[in-house]
Design a protein around this ligand. Structure first.
Ligand code: CO
Length: 134
């Protein structure tokens, strides 16, 4: 069911500082910041040869990463995203296997304009897991 690793998302308290670290210290290619108000984050993409890293900073009230940063004030790994071919088939298999899908259980259009869903970290050994149909 799982295909490629699409991205690793890191929550950071200061996106400008984090982008600068990845660009200047780590020598990576970093995109311009992209505000995504409907997702409650501002994101930059760090392009790697085999995947990408997303740096996420809270945007607005009720950001989905605010609670994570309250617990991890310096930032940290927020979720992994794997590609799947058919997200509804994947969801049905996961639900039948006892996994909880966050929200109403229906795929949503994610930060890349593709359908995504998130699995409860408690059902995946502690890691928030995103699936994206590519
Ligand atoms: Co993601």
């Amino acid at each position: 069911m799982l295909q490629r690793l699409n991205h690793v998302a890191l929550a950071v308290p200061d996106l400008e500082a984090a982008a600068s670290t990845y660009r200047a210290m780590l020598g990576a290619s970093v995109s311009a910041p992209q505000p995504l108000p409907e997702h409650g984050v501002t994101v930059v993409f760090v392009a790697l040869e085999n995947t990408k890293i997303e740096l996420l900073e809270p945007l607005g009230e009720n950001s989905p990463i605010a609670a994570f940063l309250a617990k991890n004030p310096k930032g940290g790994m927020h979720h992994l995203c794997y590609e799947v071919v058919d997200i509804v088939a994947a969801r049905d298999h996961l639900v039948a296997s006892g996994a909880r899908v966050l929200g109403d259980g229906e795929p949503k259009i994610g930060a890349h304009g593709k359908p995504v869903l998130f699995l409860h970290p408690g059902d995946v050994h502690g890691t928030l897991t995103e699936l994206e149909q590519v």
